[in-house]
Design a protein around this ligand. Sequence first.
Ligand code: PLP
Length: 841
Amino acid sequence: MSTPALREEKSAAPEKSNQNPANLSQLLESYGSLSPYIGADHAFYEHHLLYDRVIDPAVASAREQFEAFSRSIRDILAQRWVSTKKTYEQQNAKRVYYLSLEFLIGRSLANNVSNLLLDPAVQQAAEAKGLDWLGLIEQEPDAGLGNGGLGRLAACFLDSMAMMQIPATGYGLRYEYGMFRQTIANGWQQENPDNWLRDGDPWEVARHHEKVEVKLNCSFQLRAGNIETVRDRPSTLIGIPFDRPVVGYGGKTINTLRLWTAAAPDYFDFKEFGTGDFVGALSDTLEAESLTRVLYPDDSTTAGQGLRFLQEYFLVACSLADIIRRFKRYNTDWEKLPEKVAIQLNDTHPSMAVAELLRLLLDDAHLGWDQAWELTKKTLAYTNHTLLPEALEKWPVAWFDVLIPRHLEIIYEINRRLLDEVRVRFPGDNGRVERVSLVEEGERRKIRMANLAIVGSHSTNGVAAVHSRLLRTTTVKDLAEVFPDRFNNKTNGVTPRRWLLQANPALGQEITQAIGKEWVTDLSRLKELRRFAEDGGFREAFLASKRQAKQRFADWLQSTTGQIIDPGTLFDCHVKRIHEYKRQLLNALRIIVVYNRLRSNPELDVVPRTFIFAGKAAPAYRLAKLIIKFLNNLGATIDADPVVKGRLKVLFVPEYNVSLAERLIPASDVSNQISTAGYEASGTSNMKFMMNGALTVGTRDGATIEMAEEAGEENLFLFGLTVEQVVNSRSWYSPYWHYDHDAETREALDLIFSDHFSPDEPGIFAPLRETLLTMGDHYMHLADLKSYCEAHHQVGILYADPEAWAKKAILNVASSGKFSSDRTIAEYASDIWKVEPCPVI
Ligand SMILES: *Cc1c(COP(=O)(O)O)cnc(C)c1O
């Protein structure tokens, strides 16, 4: 293969010239000459083994093969990466900066190869070389720099912005340890460190010369093993950027994800020795290095820890210093800042950007308050991700005071002006003044970070229609009434490249055969599949692709864990963070109801099901960890019961991450999206499942509502209380009513309480009784159990008719176009950022 074999990809190259390569040979020229990299001699692959690693290519380990291969791919994109950067500079293009404490990117090799349209060529090259391509891909650790949906959204957005040729940079932290690796021991979750950078990472490029300084008004010292702050003794942290390529589909644009690592300043303060304060000097280094050591493994509650506060400020300070430095290189007029820079705050985590940007404009640029304030608001925009009160960040005033007192001063001044305005506009409304204030009064005064983000930006968006409405009408109602024009909705999306094209090649090929390949960059085209729902041949092809994905998953599971599951059964999946509001317990109760029915009537005709759970619990969230234990015990009990053998199987697959989601979602028949209505802001796995032809059993919550609007309610299995019903029944809801009046509910609960699932550990599930009964069942599991069981009964009936099943599933795929993150990004670009594509020249 002297020229890369990109055969099929010619027709695959998307047509729209403004977004996509007009012509593949042009594209390849722009990569530089490819043949030395992946041609017959694979010179560069071997070059990397020999000269980077100094080993004989013939004896390279799989890990070394992966590194060398990834480096070769990075070589291919390097030139394009540089020209992307150069184009943005030459055009002085308006840029988007996406600030996020989390980027759940997963693996990069296969994604980059696919987005560069090098799929067949690279695979063939690897195989010609005698390399095991699939095994090689498995060598890459997941970059798990996030907890769940919020971090994955940031990663999908980067993919979409690069595909759409939007000048965008992601800013985050380069955690040395990502999300913990989950193992299960005796049914319990164990957390293991995820040292993903141990062997280095072939994608990142360290940019030491672009380091920035972050100044704090305190120092740190070790005392009796604890790190203490010393106020009014300023210290400096260094932020070193590490860049990762973000390959846009088609390879025209290579954007950058810039992750910061904390370090101590190069200089060593010898004065410290002179004064005998040796520990003081040393602990600067200790603290600096530990700052970006670890991701906080909690997706929805504020950990309330000073280190997290410092991480947030460090990300903001490094990123804004970098952004302003770049702005100043190409612009002289500060008024132009909002015309050149759009900064999106992914949740409140980076919302100190309000005070930091204002500080830079006031103290460094010496602008007056009014101008600095207007520029700050016009530059920043904020995305809210949750209505859970415990997840709305509030940081102690005392921490600002010790670490960044100037920011506190600025926040107080913002607040003074805000409250003055509110008093004028809403005379006598003291309650409102108290509620909109940036400061929560009390014994320990706190700064309300969501209020700061809303007041200091021009846009606040929720992530699904219902969520945006609730945000506006309940959570921050008072502020929304003060600034009604700032509030808007941007329903989340996921990238169809990773979640359909790459994750589900069998279905992807069937779709392309039916309607062409344009869907990859314009997912709305999937609606053309609607008519294929009536086509028997296509239905058969759809079912075959599903069988293939299920078999693939079953094979993977057996080869990695030894567990055997039957791809002939219905795969009934519930995968996401373990949290009470996501109601894995409701699903468990439903399974027990079916189990009880079979125990009392073994002849009962039910569709054989494999229930697949996966997800991590925050290490400090005891009930969530108990739920994992319960799911494992439920599985073990059911496995051991001959009555249900071959008909029910419950599986908890450990270590849920992006790669597991990519394997499991295509193999799913049913997607459970069963949060208590009003609690799931959007959800994104619901969208991934829909795209992959699973049918949704769900509550009317988050984006699931919009999925039903797109597909028609008759093509989903919706059940349960609505948002309004949940709110209106709060005051009188009693789980005991359901326990007393519904026999199946009572029998399911009694079976748990009787230690049927914990014969060797009596009483361990007592906390489940507390949460579901004694403490009032806050998430209303029992209220929804009956209708949930009924919905799944209907699922079983439909599954027995494969033609009817396939028809519904195809209609779901055909209706999933809205849920591409390309659509979401197009909305952010036109409504919030006012940014245009900037094609690379
Ligand atoms: C998509 C995704 C999520 C988000 O899932 P939800 O069910 O929407 O909460 C979390 N984790 C991973 C690994 C994902 O891929």
